[in-house]
Design a binder for this molecule. Structure first.
Ligand SMILES: Cc1cc2nc3c(=O)[nH]c(=O)nc-3n(C[C@H](O)[C@H](O)[C@H](O)COP(=O)(O)OP(=O)(O)OC[C@H]3O[C@@H](n4cnc5c(N)ncnc54)[C@H](O)[C@@H]3O)c2cc1C
Ligand code: FES
Length: 339
């Protein structure tokens, strides 16, 4: 049976290949024309050493010089000896350019643009070749701004369904993409999307997990939750704390309510920083999680939001004196210009 292997390159580019349990990943990568690092192909040199982030596998023969016991216990593998027994995610210690790969280009059309609130816009794209697109929930694409040579990074806010995928965008007055989406976009407009990109993606849920979203940083969590829902729900409790500045920034809450209804292990809270808000829960996300949510450090934390939020959450870990087992974050940096 063929398994889906995500190869994550150092520059954040991800490529998916198919590999069945009788083949080693290195051979499957070569078949897909990806020159991942390789030398002896025999488990002797260690050149192909990579890190398996998730999934089950069998390793063939190799010597200690190529991969030590300690490295193996930390999740390092030799791709020339790696046979998958499930879908896997492997981090390759090289850039995609070095491996003669790179982000893939997808053509799409705008299918729908929705003003979700005064500050937030949702849009849906219909992909020309949806079957060619695979991504890990949490990853993003570089989306072209129609009529310009610019593009902007946007995280998927859904899985691909019926050839369509959603995005969630903060409407920044005067912003290039914001202006296009709020005043010009119409169904049928053509877009180019490059990717998928990013190391901020959902790993296997192995312990209690905390999702922290700031503003439109909710987007990747919507894709992650949809994925978890499709998988029958998480095996351990997942709690989302979604923080917004003002009431108008609070969007897609009905989707969160639906996920909480269908997934027994999922719960969420929304908090608003504005003191004059009519909302019940006020303050920042750091006011609404504590040591108990971090389960004595046996918890994974994912955060997506503006850069100051990342610093505030790190300072909060220090204040409460508990560090999570892992902390994955994505900063929605302003205006990354790519032409
Ligand atoms: C990895 C990644 C993923 C991202 N995913 C998303 C996403 O899913 N949803 C989303 O809404 N955004 C996301 N962003 C941010 C997005 O790429 C754009 O930067 C943002 O939408 C602004 O684009 P614009 O063309 O409208 O404004 P621009 O024309 O780029 O900017 C106009 C002005 O607004 C300022 N500005 C830009 N962004 C902000 C901001 N957030 N707050 C205040 N001022 C700002 C700029 O500095 C500039 O002065 C992501 C960014 C990164 C790096
Ligand atoms: S290529 Fe030498 S150990 Fe894999």
């Amino acid at each position: 049976m063929a398994h889906r292997i995500a190869l994550n390159f150092e520059d954040g580019v991800t490529r998916f290949i198919e590999c069945d349990g009788n083949e080693v990943v290195a051979d499957a990568a070569y078949r897909a024309r990806l020159n991942i690092p390789m030398d002896c192909r025999d488990g002797a040199c260690g050149t192909c050493k990579s890190k398996c982030e998730s999934g089950r596998f069998r390793m063939g023969d190799y010597i200690e010089d190529a991969l030590t016991e300690d490295e193996a216990s930390e999740g390092f593998v030799l791709t020339c000896q790696f046979r998958p027994e499930s879908d896997c995610v492997i981090s390759i210690p090289a850039t995609s350019a070095l491996c003669k790969s790179g982000p893939t280009v997808f053509e799409a059309a705008i299918a729908d643009v929705r003003k979700l609130s005064n500050t937030t816009i949702g849009f849906t794209v219909a992909l020309d070749q949806p079957e060619a697109l695979s991504f890990l929930p949490g990853q993003y694409m570089q989306v072209s701004v129609p009529g310009t040579a610019e593009s902007r990074a946007y995280s998927f806010s859904s899985c691909v369904s019926g050839g369509r995928a959603d995005f969630l965008v903060r409407n920044i007055p005067g912003g290039l993409m914001s202006t296009y989406l709020s005043s010009q976009a119409t169904s049928g407009d053509r877009l180019t999307l490059r990717g998928p990109v990013g190391a901020f993606y959902l790993r296997e849920i192995r312990r209690p997990t905390l999702f922290l979203a700031g503003g439109t940083g909710l987007a990747p969590f919507l894709a992650m939750l949809e994925h978890l829902d499709e998988e029958g729900g998480p095996a351990h409790p997942v709690r989302l704390v979604y923080g917004v500045t003002r009431d108008a920034d609070m969007v897609e809450v009905e989707k969160l309510a639906r996920f909480a209804e269908t997934m027994a292990n999922f719960s969420y809270d929304v908090c608003v920083a504005d003191k004059d808000s009519a909302h019940g829960l006020k303050g920042f996300v750091t006011d609404h999680f504590g040591a108990a949510d971090l389960n004595d450090g046996e918890a994974d934390v994912y955060l997506c939001g503006p850069p100051p939020m990342v610093d505030a959450v790190k300072a909060h870990f220090d204040r409460i004196g508990v560090k999570p087992a892992s902390f994955h974050y994505e900063k929605f940096l302003a205006a990354e210009t790519t032409t």
